[in-house]
Design a protein around this ligand. Structure first.
Ligand code: FES
Ligand code: FES
Length: 166
């Protein structure tokens, strides 16, 4: 084990609105801190090098790859995971639309998709299908295909803008 992994760092942050204080290995990735230390297993660790988006979480208002961020970097941050966004009902309409449009099969990519989609929708306006595709282009889905996912996000975008039903 290298020095980097042995050294510990104190962090104080909020996770899903709750204060969290911890002493973390300097080299621990945020996704592992959330999953292994806090038991928040919604965000997944898959490629673990920033490609697939399965580990997407929200940090200080923007989508972040949990596998590319160190837990030590989260000191002072406001972190939201799919669990917190679910509990606050921030993504209930997105989740309902994913189900209604069959926008998931195995569901492995879904937490990351939802967090990324919410980032886009919370920016306001009504994104086009092209903009939705572009925004979700860093989130891979291996089994559903992207058409239904874009359908779901588009329907929620229109519903939030008062232009249709999700
Ligand atoms: S696990 Fe982080 S991008 Fe794939
Ligand atoms: S639903 Fe299976 S990877 Fe997307």
């Amino acid at each position: 084990m290298t020095e980097m992994f042995r050294d510990k760092v104190d962090v104080a942050l909020t996770v899903n609105g709750e204060p969290v204080e911890a002493r973390v290995p300097a080299g621990q990735h945020m996704i592992d801190f959330l999953r292994l230390d806090l038991g928040l297993t919604g965000a997944h660790a898959s490629c673990e090098h920033g490609v697939c988006g399965a580990c997407t979480i929200r940090v200080d208002g923007v989508s972040v790859r949990g596998c590319l961020m160190l837990a030590a970097q989260a000191d002072g941050a406001e972190v939201w995971t799919v669990e917190g966004l679910t509990d606050t009902a921030a993504i209930t309409d997105l989740q309902d639309a994913f189900v209604a449009r069959n926008a998931l099969q195995c569901g492995f990519c879904t937490p990351g998709m939802l967090v990324a989609a919410e980032e886009l929708l919370s920016a306001g306006g009504t994104p086009s299908r092209a903009e939705i595709r572009e925004h979700l282009s860093g989130n891979y889905c291996r089994c559903t295909g992207y058409e239904a996912i874009v359908d779901a996000v588009e329907s929620v975008a229109k519903a939030r803008a008062g232009k249709g039903d999700a």
